[in-house]
Unconditional design. Sequence first.
Length: 255
Amino acid sequence: MGTFGIVSAAMGTGGRPGYQATSETYNGTAWTEVNDLNDARFGMGGAGTTTAGIVYGGETSGPPTVNTTNSEEWDGTSWAEGGNMNAARVYIGSFGTQTAAVGATGNGDTDASEEYDGTSWASGNNVNDGRYGVANNCSGTLTDGLITGGTSTSTESYDGTTWTEETDSSILAFGGGAGATGSAAIFWCYETSNITQTWNGSAWTTTTNYPASVSNMGGCGTQAAALSIGGGPGGVTTSFEWDGAPVTAKTVTVS
């Protein structure tokens, strides 16, 4: 699923089961269906806000099913084609804004990273630990970003130029994450555990467990106010909010 925004203004789009194009926005209370993606997909990255967002990469239905370089921009009303990525990938790590986004790692090119300037993608420096399935979505901005988990537990920060190894987390593949900066983030859940951990720029702290056993959910928001959307297996229709205390559940109809 592609997600971006904050708890009171969030987007959830695409995902599974199958290949979804459905898009919904959240206002902190209720979900509203909006215009569909042009290309149905899952496992894409997302960045931005509900008035200026972007999703990129993922796997499309084909035929044949393929990893895609396609990106689409959201203007608050509709989706329009953006610049294509250089490397086609699924289960990609992502953070930033519509005009300063990062796409890193992914199944298809596990150590690649790219930056988007609102028009085109440019290759950046490779991550240190190639992988896919990093916590979705990741945390921060183009000059202060963070990825963790995936097919390893390693954590890396990004300063706009260089990826730096940080302390490993306990988050493995296909969890969720959120954070306004790379030095204040929250990540949760993975395929065999409902662990939640916060990051303060130098160390991880384990906190209240995620209240469901799911994976492949979308995430957005900040360390103090995060939103987890959907997940699997089978297309979960529940969202959870985090406010620094035990999470609360709300129903979401996007898969």
